[in-house]
Every structure is written in C-alpha cells, then in structure tokens.
Design a protein around this ligand. Structure first.
Ligand SMILES: Nc1nc2c(c(CN[C@H]3C=C[C@H](O)[C@@H]3O)cn2[C@@H]2O[C@H](COP(=O)(O)O)[C@@H](O)[C@H]2O)c(=O)[nH]1
Length: 412
C-alpha cells in the first residue's frame, strides 16, 4: 500500500492536517462560532465532557492487571459499523458491547495459563467463545433446501462477521505479544511508557504511539487516500489518553504518563457525523461527489439551528442519559454505508475541524466572554472529543442522528 513503514511515516502525524484530503477547508469561522456559542454547547459542555467512564467496578489484583484490562479494551474499541445489529441483539451500542466483552473476559479468567486477557489467552480465543462472552447469536436461519417448513441454522450475519473481526484481532495481537516474550498487552504498554528514550526526556505520546503502531496491525489506523497518507490512530491515541484519565491523578504516580492535552481527537464515525449534523463540517464542496449527498438535509440551517438550541428533553441538567449507562430504547437508524476511503476522508476532516474549533476558542478574547463562559477559552481536544461523543447520546434528537457506517474495520 505504501513504501514507508508505519513507524517511519508516523512521524508525520503532527503535520497530518496539512496532508488531509478535502473537505477540511470547508470549516468556516462562522460555523465554529455558531457551535461554540450555541445553547447546546454552552449548557452541556462542562457536564458532558468530563465523563470518562474508565474506572471499572472490578477488584484488580494489581495496577498492571488494570492497565492490561484497559489496554485490551482500547484494542477492541471498534465495532461502530455493527451498532444497529448489536442494538437489535443486545439493546446496546458498540462501546457498551465491547465493554461487556472485556468485562466478561476478565471475569471468566482464572489467573495463570488460561487467563483470557493474557497473550496466550487472546491468541487462543475462538469466535464461538467470543460470541458467548458477548451474548450474541452468530447463526442465521434459512429455509431448508428440500424440506418445506424446516429451517436450518448456519454461521453468518453481521454479528458473526464482527465476532470474527474481534477474534482475528485478539489472536493476532496475542501471537505478536507471545513472539516478543510479553505476557500481555498491558506489559507491552508499560514497557513502552517506562523505557528510556533516545533524547533522555519524558515519554511522549509519539513514543507510545510509535511502539503500538509499529508492533500491532490492529493499531495501524492509516491509509493512502488519493495518493496522500491519512493518519487517524484513533484506538492508540484513545489508549494513551485513557491511561492518563484513569491513572494520571494517582499519587504517588503509578508510571510515567505523557501529556495528552494536545493529542488529535479519536476520530471514529461519531465525530464526523455529529460535526456534519451540527453544521461545522460542510460536505458540499468535497472532491468525492458521492460524499456530498451522504447526509441529505444535514446542513440545512433550520435543522442545524434546532440542534444547536437547548434540547427539549434535557432542560438544564436533569433528564440527561449518562453515556454508556442505559440502553437506548428505540432501535437506531442505520446511517449511510461508506467506503474505507470515504470514511478516512471524513475522519481526517473531523480531526482537522476539531483542531480548528479549539484554536478558535483559544484565540477568543477573554474580556469579550460573558462571566460564566470564560472556560470556553481553555477547552482541549480530548474534552471536545468526549463532548461530541457523549453528547451524541445525551439528548433524544441527537441519538436519532445518523452516523456513517463502515463495516469490516478494526479501527473504529
Ligand atoms: N471519539 C470517540 N469515540 C469513542 C469513544 C468511546 C468511549 N467513550 C467513553 C470512554 C471514555 C470516554 O471518555 C467516554 O466516556 C467509544 N468510541 C467509539 O464510538 C463508537 C460507537 O459506539 P456506540 O455509539 O456505543 O455504538 C465505538 O465503536 C468507538 O469507536 C470516545 O470517547 N471518543
């Protein structure tokens, strides 16, 4: 696909906004300002952007065990393309199902050889075991060829495809860990955080990303689109940031953690889709003509303004649904199904749009901001990420908004 190794090309991540394909130029200051000063943003940002949900009610025998748990969770932080089939079967979205899977992998493990979260355990997990741990059906029924009225079950359907993606990811990662003599993914991450770096300075996000992306295909979230490299690295960035959320305030410090306040957002399908629905990303001039019509009416001013107004079902704080806690009642509607290139274009555009939003906020003159809203000047990229991701579940009209779909990916 490309001549450079991921490790070599990774060095370009920081300049990625310069090589992003269109439509990054479609983000205007007016659209950013409209979002930042909207009642929706102002009323929910502080509440919604701080929920990290990475403190699990499990009694871990050691910090390394919890680090490993979170690392595997981040490795498996994909399945967004299977949101609707997962809702059909379990009443929950992708993230909640992945959380449940890793939770159950932990609970069904007996320490030692059979530990499902160890390199060996991951290497040997089968699709059937994963389906059981997720409580999903991986059989579809079809009428028997010759016997009328008789149905036969066979492996198939979206849940089966997803379970296969998960098992391939676990098997492959477990095997790489075993080959490099690592007992589990957490130990790999710990080694990356604590190993001496050539410059002698503190560990950086780039260091850890470089290690993860070089070692494991499931973290190599990059592509060449229109001859230009696009880097998203959503899961690896989320992993590093997740560790700082969970362990960053531990005293004494558990292990070195890099500063993640300036990392690019963890771009998945939710972020670009929401940014389109909130009138920030405008697809009307994007080079790929088919993309222009993927979200019809999304950019319509009346629709955008209604979404940026205060929600009817979340007046102030009260009736909000905490992200990831309650299953959504109505079955979500499937969004437009994109190609891999189209998805990379939109995800890259979301990375770029979020940089623009935060830059705009930081440029604001504090004296021009009303008392009570001066915090806008200090918003960070990871906070904006969580706000976009979590607000998408926070009010009923946002929950109904379509997110684009890409199946068959292990990146988001
Ligand atoms: N950009 C971004 N994407 C995120 C997350 C999370 C996890 N968030 C919680 C954990 C810590 C945070 O602070 C949040 O409280 C999941 N996802 C993605 O959504 C996808 C859709 O899932 P669903 O809507 O359930 O079907 C899922 O495949 C996964 O790719 C995030 O935070 N940012």
């Amino acid at each position: 696909m490309q001549s450079e190794s991921p490790a070599e090309s990774f060095g370009k991540l920081k300049t990625s906004s310069k090589v992003l394909p269109s439509p990054q130029s479609q983000v205007t200051d007016d659209a950013v300002k409209r979002l930042l000063f909207s009642p929706s943003f102002l009323n929910t940002f502080k509440r919604v952007s701080i929920k990290h949900g990475l403190h699990f009610p499990l009694k871990f025998p050691s910090v390394l065990s919890e680090l490993n748990f979170l690392s595997v969770l981040c490795l498996l932080n994909f399945a967004s393309g299977y949101r609707v089939p997962l809702h059909e079967q379990t009443g929950r979205g992708a993230w909640d199902n992945v959380r449940a899977l890793v939770f159950n992998m932990y609970l069904s493990s007996v320490t030692g050889q059979g530990d499902l979260l160890s390199a060996k355990g991951m290497k040997n997990l089968t699709p059937q075991q994963i389906a059981e741990l997720m409580s999903v059906k991986i059989y579809v029924e079809r009428p028997h060829e010759t016997l009328p009225g008789v149905t036969v079950g066979e492996l198939g359907g979206h849940a089966y495809d997803l379970v296969k993606l998960i098992s391939t990811t676990l098997n492959e990662t477990g095997e790489i860990l075993e080959r490099s003599g690592m007992p589990d993914l957490g130990s790999f991450v710990l080694q990356s955080l604590t190993s001496k770096r050539s410059g002698g300075g503190d560990v950086t996000v780039d260091d850890v990303l470089n290690d993860l992306v070089s070692a494991f295909p499931a973290f190599r979230d990059m592509a060449i689109v229109d001859g230009r490299p696009v880097y998203c690295f959503k899961k690896a960035l989320f992993l590093v940031h997740g560790l700082t959320l969970r362990f960053g305030s531990s005293s004494p410090p558990t292990f070195p953690l890099p500063d993640t306040t300036k990392v690019p957002v963890f771009s998945d399908n939710v972020l670009p889709s929401l940014l389109i629905h909130l009138g920030v990303l405008d697809l009307s001039g994007v080079k790929d003509v088919a993309l222009r019509s993927t979200f019809p009416n999304a950019a319509n001013d009346a629709n955008v303004n209604a979404r940026l107004a205060v929600s009817k079902d979340t007046p102030g704080m009260g009736a909000a649904v905490a992200p990831g806690t309650k299953p959504e009642k109505a079955l979500p509607k499937e969004g437009p199904v994109l190609t891999s290139d189209q998805a990379f274009i939109l995800r890259a555009a979301a990375v770029d749009a979020c940089e623009k939003i935060v830059e705009y906020a930081h440029r604001l003159d504090e004296t021009s901001l009303p008392d009570g809203n001066k915090w806008i000047k200090d918003i960070t990229l990871p906070e904006l990420d969580v706000w976009l991701w979590a607000v998408a579940k926070d009010r009923s009209d946002y929950r109904e908004l379509e997110r684009f779909v890409l199946r068959d990916t292990v990146f988001f």
